[in-house]
Each structure stands twice: as C-alpha cells, then as structure tokens.
Design a protein. Structure first.
Lengths: 113, 113
C-alpha cells in the first residue's frame, strides 16, 4: 500500500518564478492538505482540498493556489516566488472526515535564490 | 487562534532513560491530538492519535495522555534508544474545521549511546 508521495523531492528556483508541487494521497484517502515548514519551525497550514474544492485556507497570500484532481491527487502552485518561500512543503492526506489520522508525505524542499 | 507550545525545546539524554515531552495548547475545543516524529529534512511520521473522548493512547514504548480541560498533552517514551533521536511534534485539531492541524516548534530529542 503506497503511502503519500510528493514530487519533486528538491527544487531550486529564482525570485519571481513560479513553481508547481505535486502530491498523491495514500490509497483510499480523498482529502489533501498542504503545509509549509520553514527551517526550525513547525509546519504551517496552507490549505486543504476535498471533493476538488478548497475547503479551508490558512494565512497565506493568493500567490499560493492549488488544485485537486478527480483521482484525489493535488498540486500546489506558488507564483512570484520570494526568498521567504524557501521551505519544506508537506502534503498530508486523510479520509473525508476529520476523525482520523493524517498521513504526511516526505516533502518537497524548495530553495528560492 | 490555536497556539501550541512544546517544552523542552531540546533534550539530550543517554539511552535507557524514560522521557517526558510536554505539549500545551491554548484552545481546548479540540477534537483530536496527534503526536508526530520528524527526522531531519524528512516528512512527519504519525506516532499516536488521541481522540477527545480518550485520555491516553499507547503504542509500544510510547504513551500519550491528553487533558483537554487544562490544554495539555504529554508523550512518554520508555527506555529511550538512539533510534528515537528526532524532533517530536504535537498537533491538535478542531473537528469543526475539517482536521486542520496546528503545530508548535517541537522538541528536538537526542539519545546518545
């Protein structure tokens, strides 16, 4: 049973560029959440997708956007990259309701130069 | 807004010791609380999930307790081993917001032989 997978594992971009990160949830899961973890900090919630819609959003600017596909996989897009966007981006999946364990992927390390 | 604090921020112990990691949160209206482990530069591995109706959960050498009224959770690690070295994060959620997790900075644990 495949767990949560993310791609790419590492990425280097320059300021002003755009980036797309991808996540495939654990088999049987239909909800995907994205988190940003800066060095030395705990993860911060970006947004959550369920039934192909953004269900809730954390305190992140509109430069951060996402999408969920019919197969429940998800993308995180960040436009106009800033140096401060350098972080580990984590994807978590869960099953529909909020009662169960959330499973995290290995993350994508983004470095903005 | 939910604020999560973990004490101590760092802990370095010889193997074999029994450990106590503390987590406090400001909003007691939570549904679940999860404990995670994170190895350097990696994703999060779920260790234990405590539902609001429960007071504790056990898995092997790990035991986590939850006191919602006081806004506290404690993770006990028995007979620590060098392989337990990692950062430990607690994350409460509010069921009414579809399982969004709130994280503190974690406790960085080093267990030396």
């Amino acid at each position: 049973d495949a767990g949560v997978t993310q791609s790419p594992t590492h990425l280097i971009k320059t300021r002003g560029q755009q980036v797309t990160l991808r996540c495939s949830p654990k088999s049987g899961h239909d909800t995907v959440s994205w988190y940003q973890q800066a060095l030395g900090q705990g993860p911060q919630f970006i947004f959550q997708y369920y039934e192909e819609e953004e269900r809730q959003r954390g305190n992140f600017p509109d430069r951060f956007s996402g999408h969920q596909f019919p197969n429940y996989s998800s993308e995180l897009n960040v436009n106009a990259l800033l140096l401060g966007d350098s972080a580990l981006y984590l994807c978590a999946s869960s099953l529909g309701t909020f009662y169960g364990t959330q499973y995290f992927g290995p993350g994508t390390r983004l470095l903005v130069l | 807004k939910q604020e999560v604090t973990q004490i101590p921020a760092a802990l370095s112990v010889p193997e074999g010791e029994n450990l106590v990691l503390n987590c406090s949160f400001t909003d007691s209206a939570i549904y679940n609380l999860q404990w995670f482990r994170q190895d350097p530069g990696k994703g999060l591995t779920s260790l234990l999930l405590i539902q609001s109706s429960q007071r504790e959960q056990t898995s092997g050498r790990l035991n986590a307790s939850l006191d919602k009224s006081s806004g506290r959770s404690t993770l006990y690690i028995a007979a620590s081993q060098p392989g337990d070295s990692a950062t430990y994060l607690c994350a409460p959620d509010r069921g009414s917001t579809l399982g969004r997790l709130y994280f503190g900075r974690g406790t960085q644990l080093t267990v030396w032989p």
